[in-house]
Ligand binder design. Sequence first.
Ligand code: A2P
Length: 351
Amino acid sequence: MYNVAIVGATGAVGEELLRVLEEYNFPVKKLVPLASKRSVGVEVEFKGEKLKVKELTCDVFEKESIDIAFFSAGGSVSAKYAPCAVKAKALVIDNTSHFRMDDDVPLVVPEVNPEDIKLWRKKGIIANPNCSTIQMVISLAPLHKEFNIKRVDVATYQAVSGAGKKGMEELFEQMRALFNFKLDKKVEEREVFPWQIALNVIPHIDKFMENGWTREELKMVNETNKIMHSNIEVAPTCVRVPVLRSHSEAISIYCEKPVDVKRAKEVLASFPDVKVVDNPKKNEYPMPIIATDTDYVYVGRIRKDLFEDNVLHFFNVADQLRVGAATNAVRIAIKWDEMEGREFLKEKYGK
Ligand code: A2P
């Protein structure tokens, strides 16, 4: 049984972490919700109990004897406070991008590279990949094994909750203004997204880099290859859409071997946590409304290229707050517990 801290417990991913830890019956002895000073005293619920949020400080991990700390409060918070948790001998599972490309920090999707968890001892940290990357690699892994992928072209359709609670509120407020025919300032007002998001589509997530790609796009390129230990050419276009929850992706893979739709469906369907939903005659295909609040990656619209024998196209949808963040983090913790947890407790408490 572990003492578990959630850093960012009042946020969109933090709240989901509380739910997922409870649903998966993770062995929690004590749960400590942490956030900024602003949230001290706010109540969150875990296993029917109301818990008061405490302030994140450097010494809270030592004081509360934390064994596992989930971080989900932004990169700068992880940069500053993850070392405090590690110093207090806690395992850090970090949801931010801060440590992902550090050679001494494993970047893990348990369905794809569970063996990398073992590298956690190098820094005491395991990184949770970017949400769009997680759902993509879960569908790429079985296809790569079968057809040997050389290149991936992907366009994302990312929900506003990827930008946290403030992202959801911004869409709500703008939709409300539109439905009230207040097509004035309110719709124009924005803090989170660079343009009006209601009834719009924005091909811009995170910062633009010198080379014209966005940081979100480069995360998908670099993280995919780190997780898959591959050298695949990845070309993403990341797009924000006015959907509250669940990211979608239109993916094209260019393979060394000729592709086969029937075989692709078989290997996808037998891969853990993938559901193939692909019945055009009945209008059945993946959509955010079927993925939301579930722990599966839905794959459909699977079809062979009209011109090339080695190219396959498909559509992929998953709840990015769960599969792309909270559930992946808890799955990492479960796997880590199986692989290393007993040893860790023995080392830490000498029992
Ligand atoms: P708070 O609510 O106190 O600001 P989201 O991704 O939904 O925007 O949530 C971000 C989470 O990170 C919230 O729980 C937020 O807490 C927390 N957070 C943001 N900045 C800090 C900080 N400097 N110290 C601790 N927690 C923070």
